[in-house]
Design a protein around this ligand. Structure first.
Ligand SMILES: Nc1ncnc2c1ncn2[C@@H]1O[C@H](COP(=O)(O)OP(=O)(O)O)[C@@H](O)[C@H]1O
Ligand SMILES: [Mg+2]
Length: 282
């Protein structure tokens, strides 16, 4: 396993009068090759969890194992996690600052202590994977469109070749076309510059289409976790917690309620359409 969280808790402003428990005994692990979707209401602890995974903050309780080694008690967990878990913040394009795209993407790898030649090599490789042609290298990031800026920001993280790429709401503010492009790009990156991907989303449809596994957070605790099918089979519990189910799942549930027996665990609109078409033919 690449990373494992065991009973992780986090409290903001510990001991202060208005302390805020953001995570309660969260356990989950990411294996090589997996794509995880993390989902939950605003305030359920998703961003806090990404910051703990990437060593930005230390858990108040519990352990964070990286390749089996507990890094959460280290004075500086970042020293071990840096380069292994790459975090792309929400709206990462707000953090671009260098005068050229190439320099911006080189910032992360040069922070890992790599020499200039290696940084440039990795930056160019990352640019290609996110679909930015060489002509972008010398442009100012500030001249780019929102979608292009986001790709520059993601390239800056994958240029560090992290084992796990963690993205906090990577599709926030993107239209459906931009969203599809982003997930296609993540598919291209996985297996090339990173082994596993963890993305935070508030769209059950995105999770159903693009993740293998789902972690559902509710008020800082794990409500459920497992394969996409296992989680969406429990649609009643999701709805009871005020969470959506994918549109395709909702349609199949409705058809079953109407007396037509369909497999409720089909996850893509195409699979559902095929099943319905077959039934109509029959
Ligand atoms: N810097 C902070 N100081 C105090 N409380 C915070 C801070 N950041 C987040 N919180 C609180 O922690 C909880 C979890 O927040 P967060 O991890 O941002 O959730 P999500 O990303 O799911 O919206 C929320 O109740 C939020 O108000
Ligand atoms: Mg958040």
């Amino acid at each position: 396993m690449l990373i494992e969280l065991i009973d992780v808790s986090y409290t903001y402003e510990n001991k202060a009068p208005h302390e805020r428990r953001a995570l309660n005994n969260v356990s989950f692990k990411v294996e090589k090759g997996e794509v995880w979707g993390i989902i939950g209401h605003t305030g359920s602890g998703k961003s806090t969890l990404t910051e703990i995974m990437s060593g930005l903050i230390k858990p108040s309780g519990g352990e964070v194992l990286l390749h089996g080694e507990d890094v959460s008690k280290l004075k500086n967990p970042m020293s071990k996690i840096k380069g292994k878990v790459g975090l792309v913040f929400q709206y990462p394009e707000h953090q671009l600052f260098e005068e050229t795209v190439l320099k911006d993407i080189c910032f992360g790898p040069s922070n890992l202590g790599l020499d200039e030649e290696e940084c440039i090599k990795r930056a160019k490789e990352a640019m290609e994977l996110v679909g930015l042609g060489e002509e972008y290298a010398t442009l100012s990031p500030f001249e780019l469109s929102g979608g292009e800026k986001r790709r520059v920001a993601i390239a800056g993280i994958i240029a560090m070749r992290p084992e796990i790429l963690v993205l906090d709401e990577p599709t926030a503010g993107l239209d459906p076309v931009g969203r599809d492009m982003l997930f296609k790009m993540l598919g291209d990156i996985k297996g090339k510059l990173c082994e596993s991907i963890v993305f935070v989303s508030h769209s059950m449809d995105d999770v159903a289409l693009y993740a293998d596994k789902v972690l559902v957070l509710n008020e800082g605790s794990v409500l459920m976790q497992g394969s996409v099918k296992e989680v969406f089979e429990r649609s009643g519990e999701l709805e009871a917690a005020g969470l959506d189910v994918p549109q395709v799942t909702r349609l199949l549930i409705r058809l079953n309620e109407m007396g037509h027996s369909f497999d409720k665990t089909l996850l893509t609109p195409e699979a559902a359409a095929d099943a319905i078409y077959e039934r109509l033919k029959g």
